[in-house]
Write a protein that binds this ligand. Structure first.
Ligand code: PRX
Length: 678
């Protein structure tokens, strides 16, 4: 731990260094340094500049990073209106840079090579490891050289299916170093979901691990990769040439399934590669990565992010959201398989030169004090997590938290779903001792970086509101007809103009990108969220307005779950909705109509749940299956989900108008057939 202490102050406590102390409406906030943005007036000034002259504002921010070639004077262009032609946008046009260089070499060159870059905490107490910036750079270069040796070139897609170990961000950085496009598949996704993503990305290389222990369960990642490649091959995709496997003690090499000639061990291949790899200087608009996400229709979309804008967006937001300075100890609990793990676990923090905690277990393993022990042990300054984790740990009682010293904490962030005031208060009062601002960040896979968020210490927050737009972000609330609502009100959240880290397209399907985000309201980016604006101009996200369910902060498309359920021979039809859940935020409730000859049984129930697990992943499994005699449909055949939601929530007096249903009696049948557990 020497290295951490050398640069972060180690066990030093900061209380004597307090510089600013301000009372706010809901908290006493204490900073040990001057915050980057001091108050709302300064924010308003910067926000105005960012909106009035985005090109100039973002060029100013981009100077924080190294560019092999500077961008052109007119580097930003866009069209957000389909009526005027294809949707397009560019930032930093003409500029050339490299993400891995900015995340690693820049800090080594600045004398921070011995600073700890990653502190890894594995599944159990005692599983820990640290890597310095120099070590991460060397390992990144070695892997990048190996990838080049396999013929991977700029623009090629590499699929990564790794658990939360240092090698996961290293694999991302190695791809970025040579201009390969990484496509990370969260380790909780099934073989089917992985196969679909490998195929869609035309990936020739997969990077994985032998297995991983998660709490008390072992997940055989390599076996899942083999199964996925087999499934893809059955569908005619036979292009996976190499599978690189990191050996984890959860499954030693002798027991790991192996395909001779195709599979390669990390520990044999990587250490012998040269320690330095020349970065590929990428055009600002060259792709950096893609990440699949669910929408209301069809298969998951490969959201594509590019180099320059994403770098500046990720780096700038991370710096301002968490008031970061190089050497800060920072911990984001996300998995790299989701966008938060891309922007706020890998790129954003490393672009800011922090010491980054990487957590490879589950929050309550082996006990409910695990997270707070990590905070104490490493003097974590910034903690960024999800409401679902907060709610799950709240249940165990305050003593698990209070027995650990949390005086190093300065800023507490949340992301992924609306945070209910009760969880917000607990996070603020119990975890943060009433001292740390809560930074509730609203954003999406598509936006690449935080969009609506408080800036710590700059203004008083309100529990449950993400407060104000970040620099350069112009949110609007629209009516169903697409008219902008002025002042306080509630509507559909849309964004008026581009920001640097915005997605550029859906991989391989630009039309789908345009139809999903730009066709409903011409001239705006459609977020899919509902939102309210209060008299202070604060934004309150009210949840999705489309058929997307948010389970523990994970996006699940209703269509995906329905298609998994209807894959069962006995299932005639299925409709899936989200219902409120005390810990997960929302859980999945499935209405299933069986074929006439089928009888609902516990066995059939288990088969249906298992189908969802095998086609998507365990996190998407329905909590409830309601054997439905029929589904409420309009005369044109559209399922009335509103009615299904009300029945599931037991709000029978709020069913609303059902007169347009083709068969109104279905509603009574559904009420009568509700599962007994409800
Ligand atoms: O509904 C919003 C919700 O999560 C959606 C985006 O999900 P995903 O692309 O998986 O990205 C999650 C991490 C950025 C949004 O459309 N959401 C995200 N953050 C918040 C939120 N809802 C309310 N408050 C938030 N802070």
């Amino acid at each position: 731990m020497e290295n951490i202490c050398a640069f972060t102050g180690g066990g030093r406590r900061f209380s004597q260094l307090i510089l600013a102390r301000r009372d706010t409406s809901n908290s006493v906030e204490v900073a040990d340094r001057q915050p980057l943005v001091k108050d709302r007036a300064e924010y308003e000034r910067l926000h105005k500049w960012s909106v009035d002259d985005p090109q100039d504002f973002w060029a100013h921010m981009a100077h924080d990073y190294y560019w092999a070639k500077k961008w052109e004077a007119n580097h930003h262009e866009y069209n957000f209106d389909m009526r005027k032609g294809p949707i397009s946008l560019s930032w930093f046009k003409g500029g050339r840079t490299n993400l891995s260089y900015n995340c690693l070499d820049r800090w080594v060159a600045a004398g921070r090579g011995n600073q700890v870059c990653f502190i890894w905490e594995g599944n159990d107490y005692g599983h820990e490891r640290t890597m310095t910036y120099q070590q991460v750079l060397t390992e990144t270069c070695r892997l990048a050289n190996w990838l080049r040796g396999q013929g991977v070139r700029k623009g090629d897609v590499v699929t990564i299916y790794l658990p939360m170990i240092c090698e996961l961000p290293i694999a991302m950085l190695a791809c970025a170093r040579i201009g390969a496009v990484h496509s990370i598949v969260f380790g909780g996704f099934s073989a089917d979901a992985l196969a679909q993503r490998i195929e869609d990305g035309n990936s020739r290389i997969v990077i994985t691990a032998s297995a991983v222990n998660r709490a008390t369960k072992r997940v055989d990642l390599k076996a899942i990769v083999d199964e996925a490649i087999g499934k893809a091959a059955k569908e005619g995709y036979r292009d996976v040439q190499r599978v690189l496997v990191y050996e984890k003690s959860a499954l030693p090499r002798e027991q790991t399934p192996w395909v001779l000639g195709r599979d390669a061990w990390w520990h044999r291949e990587i250490p012998q590669r040269p320690e330095y790899c020349e970065p590929e200087w990428m055009d600002a608009e060259d792709p950096l990565f893609m990440l699949y996400t669910s929408g209301s229709t069809g298969k998951p979309k490969g959201v594509l992010h590019t180099t320059g804008g994403y770098m500046v967006g990720a780096g700038t937001t991370c710096k301002y959201l968490f008031d970061l300075r190089p050497g800060d100890v920072y911990w984001c609990t996300a998995d790299c398989g989701w966008i938060t793990g891309h922007t706020y676990l890998t790129y954003g923090p490393l672009l800011n030169g922090v010491t980054n905690v990487l957590f490879g277990s589950t929050p309550a393993h082996p006990d409910a004090g695990r997270c707070w022990r990590i905070v104490e042990k490493y003097n974590v300054r910034v903690l960024y997590t999800a409401p679902t984790l907060i709610r799950s740990l709240m249940q165990f009682g305050d003593h698990w938290v209070t027995q650990h010293d949390r005086s190093s904490l300065r800023i507490l962030g949340t992301v992924g779903e609306p945070i209910n005031p009760h969880a917000w208060e607990w996070y603020h009062q119990v975890v943060g001792e009433g001292r740390c601002p809560i930074v509730d960040t609203w954003w999406q896979t598509e936006t690449g970086a935080a969009m609506i968020t408080p800036l710590p210490y700059a203004w008083a927050t309100k529990p449950g509101s993400a407060t104000l737009p970040f620099f350069g972000v112009q949110p609007v609330l629209l009516t169903d007809k697409g008219e902008e609502i002025q002042g306080p009100g509630e509507g559909i959240l849309a964004i008026k103009a581009p920001w640097p880290s915005m997605m550029r397209t859906v991989y391989g399907d630009h039309e789908r990108f345009e139809m999903t985000y730009f066709s409903a309201f011409k001239g705006y980016y459609f977020t899919g969220d509902g939102c309210r604006r209060d008299e202070d101009g604060f934004y309150w996200i009210t949840g999705r307005v489309d058929d997307v369910i948010n389970v523990s902060g994970h996006r699940v498309g209703t269509a995906e779950v329905e298609s998994a359920l209807t894959a069962h021979d006995m299932c005639a039809e299925a409709a899936v909705i989200g219902v409120p859940h005390a810990v997960k935020g929302e859980s999945i409730y499935a209405y299933v109509t069986l074929l006439d000859e089928a009888t609902p049984t516990a066995k059939l129930h288990a088969e249906l749940v298992n189908l969802v697990k095998s086609q998507i992943g365990s996190f998407a499994a329905p909590d409830v299956i309601h054997w439905a005699p029929g589904l409420p449909k309009t005369r044109s055949g559209k399922i009335m989900r509103r009615v299904l939601r009300k029945i599931a929530a037991d709000q029978l007096d709020e069913l609303g108008d059902t007169s347009t249903l083709a068969e109104p009696q279905v509603v009574d049948q559904l009420i009568a057939s509700r599962p007994k557990t409800l």
